[in-house]
Design a protein around this ligand. Structure first.
Ligand SMILES: Nc1ncnc2c1ncn2[C@@H]1O[C@H](COP(=O)(O)OP(=O)(O)OP(=O)(O)O)[C@@H](O)[C@H]1O
Ligand SMILES: O=C(O)c1ccc[n+]([C@@H]2O[C@H](COP(=O)([O-])O)[C@@H](O)[C@H]2O)c1
Length: 215
């Protein structure tokens, strides 16, 4: 079987170290072929992002350019409608019929997975690799608990033996960073250095995103 592909979907408004360190950790620990960063167009379950899709994509590209193994997949931005993960996974599965696909997410995303569009079908097309996130204990509601009982594994080899169907909680270094906090930091006129890659911070400053000063 070909090497597994990692997928990290997000609004990335903006992309930050809390996305990138877990992505690199998973890439290396699970020996993935790559981790594709998939910026969404219209996030299904949240308010419209502050910055336009083109800005969010540009920042994701700047972040990925610095790191071997991280690539950018802009397919959701080419669909002019809410970015439902199930549609993305079905499309990718058609392109890679037998390759293991690992959809990466933070613990916050797993805890609310039962509110995703056609969530029962997600594991037919991909594994879920879940990073711990400060403030989010793996305390599942009964539906997610049942899903985890049926699909959870502690054996990472399973992710390579099967193309889809496992939930794997990965023990990653935890970083208490969010895009919300970064937007607030910039809005308050504070310095976001070391929370996100320098080229992304420069881009935000140049474009005056999040009401920061345009230089
Ligand atoms: N610090 C973090 N540690 C682990 N996973 C994270 C972290 N930040 C984001 N993620 C995960 O990355 C994915 C994309 O996150 P998203 O782009 O919404 O970032 P965010 O920081 O949660 O944004 P916001 O604060 O705007 O809600 C989600 O699956 C989320 O759980
Ligand atoms: O498909 C859904 O219904 C769905 C609901 C919520 C989130 N998602 C996806 O989960 C990823 C993280 O979302 P977010 O809102 O935390 O940036 C991103 O790829 C979203 O498109 C998908």
């Amino acid at each position: 079987m070909k090497k597994a592909i990692g997928l990290l979907g997000g609004t990335f408004d903006p992309i930050h170290i809390g996305h990138l360190r877990p992505a690199i950790h998973v890439l290396e620990r699970l020996e993935l072929a790559e981790v594709r960063l998939l910026p969404n167009y219209i996030p299904p379950h949240r308010a419209t992002p502050d910055s336009a899709p083109a800005h969010r994509l540009a920042m994701v590209k700047l972040a990925a350019a610095q790191t071997p193994g991280l690539t950018v997949d802009d397919r959701e931005l080419r669909r002019d409608r809410p970015s439902y993960t199930i549609e993305t996974l079905i499309e990718l599965r058609r392109e890679f019929p037998r390759v293991p696909l690992c959809f990466l997410m933070g613990m916050d995303s797993l805890c609310s997975l039962d509110r995703w569009h056609r969530w029962q079908e997600l594991l037919d097309h991909a594994h879920l690799v879940v990073s711990h996130r400060p403030g989010w204990m793996p305390e599942f509601n009964p539906t997610i608990e049942a899903l985890y009982q049926a699909h959870g594994t502690r054996d990472s080899e399973q992710l390579h033996r099967k193309p889809a169907g496992c939930i794997y909680l990965i023990d990653n270094p935890q970083l208490d960073i969010s895009s919300t906090r970064i937007r607030e930091c910039i809005r308050a006129g504070n310095n976001p250095q070391y929370l996100l890659p320098d080229p992304v911070a420069d881009y935000i400053r140049d474009k005056g995103l999040y009401n920061g000063p345009v230089l």
